[in-house]
Design a protein around this ligand. Structure first.
Ligand SMILES: [Zn+2]
Length: 250
């Protein structure tokens, strides 16, 4: 059970509510972003991406998605009932990073196995969800960074929910490194079957704290409940459950 707590905004005096575990909070009334523990201003860049759709349009996007693609039941758009649609501004850390990974491994698909060396050089704006428990397919979501603007509370819809960060920037950097390492191990394994050693060299730029608009939509089809995650900036479905089309046995 979560207990909502409250501090006073040191900029406008309004109450700022937050949940246990949250570390950075933003005032709904003036947009002031502070570190909860100290109440002091958050000093790194805080940005946002604008939502471009109202609830009716979001539903229309979902119906279009339901109508397209051959893997879906033919009557999906017609027979589904939208149960919930909520717009949430999710907090992310964007970590700009250049990574060089040098690895040595064994290529076993030939006889005798050979030792191979390789190098992976990549540049990322690596995305870290600033929530610990939330289930969100971060790797399937490209933050439309070209639409990034300084955080402006006046641009947040009244009906929208804003989630606060549950991690400080250093934790986000650490997570980004771990995730990139895992990703590069995956990439190296396309080349060698077994990795003997891997050295990663990170060059990290200034990270950005950003709120991005995501629609969480639930629908019902033939008595079952399914979920859809929709990008509020581009209108694309980031992830959507599709009822399995069962083929009858003749
Ligand atoms: Zn305030």
């Amino acid at each position: 059970m979560s207990v909502i707590q409250e501090i006073r905004c040191s900029n406008c005096g309004a109450p700022i509510t937050f949940n246990p575990g949250e570390i950075i909070a933003t005032c709904r009334y003036c947009g002031f972003t502070c570190v909860i523990e100290t109440g002091k201003a958050f000093t790194l860049e805080h940005s946002m991406i604008l939502n471009e759709y109202d609830p009716t349009q979001a539903e229309e996007l979902v119906r279009n998605w339901m109508r397209s693609g051959f893997l879906k039941p033919g009557d999906l758009a017609k027979s589904s009932k939208i149960l919930e649609k909520s717009l949430v501004y999710l907090p992310f850390w964007i970590v700009p990073v250049s990574v060089t990974s040098e690895y040595r491994g064994i290529f076993e698909r030939v006889a005798p196995p050979v030792v191979k060396e390789g190098k992976i050089e990549k540049k990322y704006d690596w995305l870290v969800l600033a929530r610990k428990a939330a289930e969100f397919p971060t790797r399937e979501y490209d933050v439309p960074l070209e639409g990034k603007i300084p955080y402006d509370f006046r641009k947040i819809e009244r009906f929208a929910k804003i989630l606060n960060s549950e991690m400080h920037q250093p934790q986000a950097l650490e997570l980004a490194k771990q995730q990139i390492e895992a990703h590069h191990q995956f990439l190296a394994k396309q080349d060698v079957d077994r990795i003997i050693e891997m050295k990663n060299d990170f060059s990290i730029g200034d990270s950005v704290y950003i709120h991005a608009p995501i629609w969480f939509i639930a629908y019902e089809y033939k008595g079952e409940r399914y979920n859809i995650i929709l990008d509020g900036a581009t209108g694309t479905v980031v992830k959507g459950d599709i009822p399995s089309t069962k083929f009858g046995l003749f």
